[in-house]
Design a binder for this molecule. Structure first.
Ligand code: SF4
Length: 698
C-alpha cells in the first residue's frame, strides 16, 4: 500500500469542480510539482482554470494532519482505529444501528465512498450515510429519477459546443466551471450564430458571453420554464410524435402550464415581458439547444420542480438524446457523481439501486451480509438535527466541513459540540469541524490518493498518486476497512488496493442485473485499472457518449415522464429585508483548506464581501468598502461592502468560502435557514432572508 513518489509525469484528475479536468503532474527535482492540463483528456483537452493551474502551489504539508489523535493527543493507528470501532460497536449494541452515522463528501474517491457505503448500509444495517453532495446536486438526482426513472445525465460536454443555443440557468460557469465556460466561449467565437442565454438573479461574469441575460427573482426559474412549456404549446412548436411515442404525463403538465402566460411569468420572475418573449422565441426556433443548470436551480426549496420544469421543455420538443440537445446538470464537486454511483446518498442503496425487496436481496447476497439496510436513512440536514437531539450518538465525518457548509451552521456546530462521539477523517489539521473531533484520522489528499472520480458527463477518470503518503497519513478506503474489520466485519473488508475495490464495484453494477442499461460498468476489466483511460458509463463496453438516443427511458414502461410543476409564489423581500444568495468566487474552493495555501489564488479576492446594488447601498448609507452587518433569525456576520450594479435591488450575494479559520465570524451559512426541497432534501442555500445595516466600528 506504500506509495512511492514518482519522478515521471502522472496522468490524474483535478480535485476541484465537477468538470473533472485531466491533469499531468510532474514531480520536480527541487521537490515542487509541475502541473499542466492533459491534452488527451476529453473534459479539458489541455485547458486548466486558475484553480487547476495553481494545484502545484497547494501541496505543502503546512496545516496537514499527519498523525491520528485522540482527544487532542497523538495516538497510534491501532489505538485510534480500535477506539472508533469499539465506540461505534457499543453504541449500536446499546441504541441500535440508527444511532450512528457517516457524513461523507464529493471529495472522496469512488473507492472510498464504496467502502463507507458498504460498511454503513451493508453491515451496520443503517442507511444513515449522506454527503455534502446533498448540498450540491440532490435536486438534479431527484429530477432525473422522476423524469427518466434513473439518475442519468443524458448528454456530454461536446453537446455544449454543438448546440446553437446554450441556456445557462443558475450557473455561473465562468467562475464555477471555468473550463466548460472556455469551451462554450471558444465554440461561440467560431460560430457567430450560436447564442447563449443566462438566467440568473446576478449579472455574473458569465454574462460576458450571453446574448441575453434574464435577471430572474430568486426561485423564479420554475415559473420561467413552465411559461416556456406553455409558449411552446401555443406556438405549436412541440414535437407531438415524440410526446405521444416516448413520454407520459404531458396533458397534465400542459394544463397547469396553460395558466402561465407571459404577463404572469413576468410578474413571478420580475423579468421584462419583452425579454421573456425573446427567450421563448429563441428556444422555440432553435432545435439544437442545451439547457445547463447548476446550484442556482438545485439549492432551492423548489429545486426538484425547477429541474423537471426544464426537462419538460426538452421532452416536449424531443430535444434530448441527440447531438447538441438536452438538459444538462453540472455538478459542483469532483466526485459528486461517483458518490451517486455507489449509493453515497442516504436514499440510494448501492450501484444506482434504490431500496426495494429485489435490490436489497441482490445486494445482501453480493455482499454476503444479512444486515443490509432496508430503508433510506437521514439526509444531511435531518442527520445533523438527529445529532442535535441525541438520536445519533456517534458520527464519522469524512473530508468535509459541515460546521461551515450546512445551513443553520451554528446549530450544526452546537450539535457536534454536544455529540458524545465525533470522528473526523481529513487531510487538514484544523477546520471548524475538526475542532469538535474526539478522534482525528489523517487522510490522504490529492497527489497521494489513488482511485477514480466521475465528472458531470458520466466520465470516470483515474486520480493517480505522484507523492508519498506523508507522516502516518492513510487513504480513506484503508481507514474505513480497518475500522470495519475491528467491528467484526472482517470477511467483507479484506481490501489491499483501490483497484480491488473498484473491481467489486464493477461486479456489483452487473450482478444479476443483466439487460440493465442504466448503470453497467461491466466492460471495465480490473487488469486495466492502472492504465484506465477516461470512460463514460454505462460502459457497454467502450463507454456511452449520449443517453436516450433510442428514446427508451428507465421507467417501467420505457417512457419519460412529464412532471406537473406548479411554480411557487414569487419571493419578494419584506420591507427592510434582502434576499441573500450564496456561492463561489473564481479562485477559491469550498472552505479553502487547499486553495487557501496558494497566495496567487487569494490575490484575486482577498476577503469575504457582501455584494449590493448601488441604490440599496445608498438607501442604507452604505459606502463602498465600508463594513456591513448582515443578520437573519439564525445568525449574523460582518462583511465589507462590494457595491455593484451586477447585483439586482433587494438581493445581496456573499461567497461561501471564508470560515473561522480564515476570517472570524464569516461563516455565511450560519445565516441560512435549514429549509429543504421536499423531494430531494437539498437545502435552499441560495435563498435566505437577511437585514443589512452599516456597521460602526471604532
Ligand atoms: Fe479543476 Fe474545474 Fe478548473 Fe477543471 S474547471 S481545472 S476541474 S477547477
Amino acid at each position: 500500500m506504500t506509495v512511492i513518489a514518482s519522478p515521471a509525469p502522472v496522468r490524474t484528475t483535478c480535485p476541484y469542480c465537477g468538470v473533472g479536468c485531466g491533469v499531468i503532474a510532474t514531480p520536480q527535482p527541487d521537490g515542487t510539482v509541475a502541473v499542466a492540463g492533459d491534452p488527451d483528456h476529453p473534459a479539458n483537452f489541455g485547458r486548466l482554470c486558475s484553480k487547476g493551474s495553481a494545484l502545484g502551489e497547494t501541496l505543502s504539508l503546512d496545516g496537514r494532519l499527519l498523525y491520528p489523535e485522540i482527544r487532542g493527543e497523538r495516538a497510534s493507528w491501532d489505538e485510534a482505529l480500535a477506539l472508533v470501532a469499539s465506540v461505534f460497536k457499543n453504541t449500536i449494541a446499546e441504541h441500535g444501528p440508527e444511532s450512528v452515522a457517516i457524513y461523507g463528501s464529493g471529495q472522496l474517491l469512488t473507492e472510498d465512498y464504496y467502502v463507507a457505503n458498504k460498511l454503513m448500509k451493508g453491515f451496520i444495517g443503517s442507511a444513515n450515510i449522506d454527503t455534502n453532495s446533498r448540498l450540491c446536486m440532490a435536486s438534479s438526482v431527484a429530477g432525473h429519477k422522476r423524469a427518466f426513472g434513473s439518475d442519468t445525465v443524458p448528454g456530454n460536454y461536446e453537446d455544449l459546443e454543438d448546440a446553437d443555443l446554450v441556456v445557462l440557468v443558475g450557473s455561473n460557469l465562468s467562475w464555477c466551471h471555468p473550463v466548460i465556460y472556455q469551451r462554450i466561449a471558444a465554440a461561440k467565437a467560431e460560430r457567430p450564430n450560436m447564442r447563449v442565454v443566462l438566467i440568473d438573479p446576478r449579472r455574473t461574469m458569465t454574462a460576458d458571453i450571453a446574448d441575453l441575460h434574464l435577471g430572474v427573482r430568486a426561485d423564479g426559474d420554475a415559473a420561467l420554464f413552465v411559461g416556456l412549456l406553455n409558449s411552446l404549446v401555443e406556438l405549436g412548436l412541440t414535437n407531438p410524435d415524440y410526446v405521444a411515442g416516448h413520454t407520459t404525463g404531458f396533458e397534465a403538465a400542459r394544463l397547469v402550464a396553460a395558466d402561465w402566460d407571459i404577463s404572469r411569468v413576468a410578474e413571478a420572475t420580475g423579468v421584462a415581458p419583452g425579454d421573456i418573449e425573446a427567450f421563448y422565441q429563441l428556444f422555440a426556433a432553435t432545435p439544437k439547444v442545451v439547457t445547463v443548470f447548476s446550484q442556482g436551480v438545485n439549492q432551492s426549496a423548489s429545486g426538484t420542480d425547477k429541474v423537471n420544469a426544464i426537462i419538460n421543455c426538452h421532452l416536449a420538443t424531443g430535444r434530448i438524446g441527440r447531438p447538441g440537445m438536452g438538459p444538462f446538470s453540472i455538478t459542483g464537486q469532483p466526485n459528486a457523481m461517483g458518490g451517486r454511483e455507489v449509493g453515497g446518498l442516504a436514499n440510494m442503496l448501492a450501484a444506482h439501486m434504490d431500496f426495494d425487496d429485489t435490490t436489497i436481496d441482490r445486494v445482501s447476497r453480493f455482499w454476503g451480509s444479512k444486515a443490509v439496510a432496508t430503508k433510506p436513512g437521514l439526509k444531511a440536514v435531518d442527520m445533523f438535527r438527529a445529532i442535535a437531539d441525541g438520536r445519533i450518538k456517534a458520527v464519522w465525518i469524512m473530508a468535509t466541513n459541515p460546521v461551515d457548509s450546512l445551513p443553520e451552521a451554528d446549530a450544526a456546530r452546537e450539535a457536534l459540540r454536544n455529540c458524545p462521539f465525533v470522528v473526523v477523517s481529513d487531510m487538514a489539521a484544523k477546520t471548524d469541524t475538526m475542532a469538535h473531533a474526539h478522534v482525528k484520522l489523517p487522510a490522504a489528499g490529492w497527489g497521494e490518493k489513488d482511485g477514480t472520480v466521475t465528472n458531470s458527463e458520466r466520465r470516470i477518470s483515474r486520480q493517480r498518486p505522484f507523492l508519498p503518503l506523508p507522516g502516518e497519513v492513510r487513504p480513506d478506503w484503508w481507514i474505513i476497512s480497518q475500522v470495519a474489520k475491528r467491528m467484526g466485519y472482517s470477511h467483507g473488508f479484506a481490501y489491499f488496493s483501490p483497484g480491488q475495490i473498484f473491481a467489486e464495484h464493477v461486479a456489483l453494477s452487473a450482478f444479476e442485473n443483466e439487460g440493465s442499461r442504466d448503470f453497467d460498468l461491466s466492460g471495465l476489466a480490473s487488469a486495466d485499472y492502472a492504465t484506465m483511460a477516461p470512460v463514460q458509463w454505462p460502459v457497454r463496453p467502450a463507454g456511452t457518449k449520449r443517453m436516450f438516443a433510442d428514446a427508451r427511458y428507465f421507467t417501467p414502461d420505457g417512457k419519460a415522464r412529464f412532471v406537473t410543476v406548479q411554480p411557487p409564489p414569487p419571493i419578494v423581500p419584506a420591507p427592510g429585508q434582502f434576499i441573500l444568495n450564496t456561492g463561489r468566487v473564481r479562485d477559491h474552493w469550498h472552505t479553502m483548506t487547499r486553495t487557501g495555501k496558494a497566495a496567487r489564488l487569494s490575490a484575486h479576492i482577498a476577503e469575504p464581501f457582501v455584494e449590493i446594488n448601488p441604490a440599496d447601498a445608498e438607501a442604507l448609507s452604505i459606502r463602498r468598502t465600508s463594513l456591513v452587518r448582515l443578520e437573519s433569525r439564525h445568525g449574523s456576520t460582518l462583511l465589507r461592502a462590494l457595491v455593484t450594479d451586477r447585483q439586482q435591488r433587494g438581493n445581496v450575494f456573499v461567497p461561501m468560502h471564508w470560515t473561522d479559520q480564515f476570517a472570524s465570524n464569516a461563516r455565511i451559512d450560519a445565516l441560512v435557514a435549514g429549509k429543504v426541497d421536499p423531494v430531494s432534501g437539498q437545502p435552499a442555500l441560495k435563498m435566505a432572508r437577511v437585514t443589512l445595516s452599516p456597521a460602526h466600528v471604532r
